[in-house]
Design a binder for this molecule. Structure first.
Ligand code: GLN
Length: 492
């Protein structure tokens, strides 16, 4: 079969179960596509062909015996922030260029236990800091829809790999939008779960109170399949919540769109810098949901202006602490010929970290230093609570909240925005992480340059099933999620 890469996760699962094709054939098909097409997209940092084929054979044996998991034998790609035993995990940084983890992240272990086949590790902004994936030490990844554009970030490799049909599904992480924004830029569906739903164990930490892993795929249905595998309590992550996990696939039609109250925050649609095409596509998608029976309700989210400054204080503060472990002694990069311990620290960190990571370590260290701690960090924590309360108040009156995922479509590679311009592009995604809420991106059309536009739906805590269900039903009534970039149509 030449078009195995066009099948959904449900179709792949059925095809494998009924032996229409084997996991080995499917895996070889994807490896061949990666070899032929990825040199143009550059989504993979590491391709694990040998291991993938061994995992595929094991899955085929399990499928033959008849007691395989629903996803056994289906390939996936992991963001290079998830630790993988025996395979390099770089987090997009020279600092970890030679780092091989002695253990698997829980997300990786769960995927393996379900029989999913790891194709490899995909590119990202260094330590997940960025919105373009250009901050990776291995270089930029291309957006499959326009190769001179970025795929977004930080999970840009995950988004590009799926959008170019170089993996049917991928894992991503979202600290301030890194699943939703690249999903938006690449025309995919991506879910950022409630904080505590997916284990952070073995996921290299950026800002621990905000970080959350989740699925990136073509459709809500495909995301639901991967969520069923990766969600759940993990004693190895102290912030993991011990709460029953929904069957996200079984619930795909579980939420009534008829009568669903969708909040439209006034402030969100008046943001300076909101592209006219993005606004139009998002409004059209809301109109469609209205036709399907939803009720649009204008709401206020008065803290909107505080999102960017609050996040860009708290996230760097936590990052400066988390990244102190990379000191040239225990992990990763070590400078040549240090003259003493201080020199070893200084040069290893200056040479091992890229410019954006260093910028954030400096901002974070400053904000946490004696004398500034109360003025900046403590104040930001108080504002964070107000942002959360703003959402909780809104959820008293609406079921979900709608927004763009990003004010623009994908930037050109090398656009070289200033840090503040870049940070302002995160306006629609940051608050969700500050409040610990779940949110999803769904593709809803294209701008005048044929670049994808995304709709974001934000839910109350633990509403992952609801978000997936709403998007699934939207996708049953529209075909944006079925559109393929030209490069994905190429055969290997
Ligand atoms: N773009 C945001 C940042 O640079 C979010 C990144 C993320 O979610 N990891 O911090």
């Amino acid at each position: 079969m030449t078009d195995l890469h066009r099948l959904s996760i449900r179709e792949l699962s059925e095809g494998l179960k009924t032996a229409q094709f084997s996991s080995r054939e499917l895996t070889e098909h994807y490896l061949k596509r990666i070899a032929h097409i990825d040199p143009k997209v550059k989504s993979y940092v590491t391709v694990t062909a040998e291991q993938a084929l061994a995992e595929a054979d094991a899955a085929d044996a399990a499928l033959k015996s008849g007691n395989a998991h629903a996803l056994a034998g289906i390939p996936l790609a992991h963001k290079d922030i998830f630790c993988t035993q025996g395979i390099k995990t770089t987090a997009g940084s020279k600092m970890l260029d030679n780092f091989i983890s002695p253990y698997d992240a829980t997300v990786v272990a769960k995927a393996k236990a379900a029989g999913l086949v790891t194709l490899g590790k995909v590119n990202m902004d260094e330590f997940a800091m960025g919105s373009t994936s250009e901050n990776s030490y291995v270089g930029a990844t291309s957006n499959p829809w326009a190769l001179d554009h970025v795929p977004g970030g930080s999970s840009g490799g995950s988004a590009a790999a799926v959008a170019a049909d170089l993996a049917p599904i991928a894992t991503g992480t979202d600290t301030g939008g890194s699943i939703r924004q690249p999903a938006s830029f690449c025309g995919l569906t991506g879910l950022k779960p409630t904080y505590g739903r997916v284990s952070r164990f073995g996921m290299i930490a950026y800002a621990s109170s905000l970080d959350q892993g989740g699925p990136m795929a073509r459709s809500a249905e495909d995301c639901a399949y991967l969520m069923n595998v990766i969600a759940g309590h993990d004693a190895k992550d102290s912030t993991s919540i011990n709460k029953e996990v929904d069957d996200y696939v079984a619930n795909l039609n579980g939420t009534a769109v008829k009568g669903l109250r969708i909040g439209i925050p006034k402030q969100y649609f008046n943001v300076a810098g909101l592209d006219a095409d993005v606004k139009a596509r998002v409004e059209e998608s809301l109109k469609k949901l209205e036709e399907m029976g939803a009720i649009l309700v204008e709401i206020d989210l008065n803290m909107t202006e505080a999102y960017v400054p609050t996040y860009y204080l708290i996230a760097p503060a936590e990052a400066s602490s988390n990244l102190s472990r990379f000191d040239g002694v225990r992990y990763g990069y070590r400078c040549e010929n240090p003259v003493d311990l201080m020199d070893l620290y200084k040069r290893s960190r200056s040479e091992g970290f890229g410019a954006e990571v260093q910028r954030r370590i400096l901002i974070g260290t400053y904000a946490l230093s004696a004398g500034y701690y109360d003025a900046y960090y403590v104040k930001a924590q108080k504002v964070r609570r107000l942002i959360q309360q703003d959402f909780l108040k809104a959820f008293e009156n609406v079921d979900v909240i709608a927004a763009p995922s990003a004010p623009t479509t994908a930037y050109k590679i090398g656009a070289n925005l200033s840090p503040t311009e870049m940070y302002l592009g995160d306006i629609y995604t940051l608050a969700v992480n500050l409040a610990g809420l779940p949110a999803i991106n769904a593709p809803v059309g294209f701008d005048k340059d044929s670049l994808p536009v995304g709709l974001q739906l934000i839910g109350n805590y633990w509403s992952e099933s609801q978000l997936l269900s709403i998007v699934h039903q939207y996708q049953q009534n529209t075909d944006w999620h079925t559109k393929r970039a030209a490069i994905a149509e190429e055969n290997a």
